[in-house]
Design a binder for this molecule. Sequence first.
Ligand SMILES: [Zn+2]
Length: 388
Amino acid sequence: MINQLIAPHGGELVLNMAGENERAELQELARSLPQILVGSRQLADLEMLAIGAYSPLGGFMKRADYLGVVNDMHLANGLPWTVPITLSTTSEQAATLKEGSQVALLNEHGTLQAVMTIEEKYGYDKQHEASKVYRTTEEAHPGVNAMYQQGDILLGGPVRVVALQNQAFAQYRYAPGQSRQLFVERGWKRVVGFQTRNPVHRAHEYIQKCALETVDGLYLHPLVGDTKGDDIPAHVRMRCYEVLLENYYPTDRVILGVLPAAMRYAGPREAIFHALMRKNYGCSHFIVGRDHAGVGNYYGTYDAHHIFAEFDPARLGITPMFFDHTFFCRACDSMASSKTCPHGDDHHVTLSGTKVRQMLQAGEIPPREFSRPEVAKVLIEAMRQPVA
Ligand SMILES: [Zn+2]
């Protein structure tokens, strides 16, 4: 079969997973190396690096890439990249580590995850990173807050990943090489990726299906890494996607897979980042909605659309598909958007997130114009479960 899919970012998938023999050698070597404990976000980053989802990155960013990304949204080699992928440590620990030496990266249980060669250690300005990447220095922003809690020194250099983090949703955990293979097997060339960290309601379904009208396949690609505490848990969302696909989607034109990355809530910059990852997974197109990857009121409704204009489309490679506010309109008697419906708000079936939550908590199914009843039932059931 001829592979006509979009090329990965930078031209090829860069896999940083150690092979079997190498793993054994690294396990042995790691016994004598200094150790750094890494948190859940870095574990997610290690998996993304291992499987090629962060191509062309070969490890945690060195200073030139870090500064290029923070200040100019490009890697030192000129490729677009908008979110720093970094490993931090304390000044005390950094003082004991030499550039050119290796370090063992362990998870909280003390299990070896990766061996990293420290090519550079460098200080960085957290306030500057916050204002450039997150457009705010407020600690209340979850992405900024996570970054402020990091150590004061960054370690840059290549990693060889020995073990992957918890592999929940294993049957949906396709690496970019695997999703590409699935697309090729189905004869897809133009594939649209959909990022989500929420249940899919009618508005999202409409957007996905509008996009699917013009391409070969839809890659429904929910993020299952760290999210805010008040986002709906990944296992509940996955069940929602399953019942939705079973009942309302053409099975031969849709693939459900999971993105094991953590949310950063960097709004417009994260929209670019999300698109580049999906390019690595083989998507030629990427859906960008209103306030994509936003949180609170930090970003303008269309900032995540506008930021794409700041990039050379050829270097970005993946094509964004922008969508506006969508809803069911009783006057149109169909799904519509502010681009296609001439009627006023009073004809539109819209519910605030708070209202939907209240209804579901009370065991009420929202109007079927808003949410598929099968999806609402899954959410109601989940809310009845005692919190573990
Ligand atoms: Zn209308």
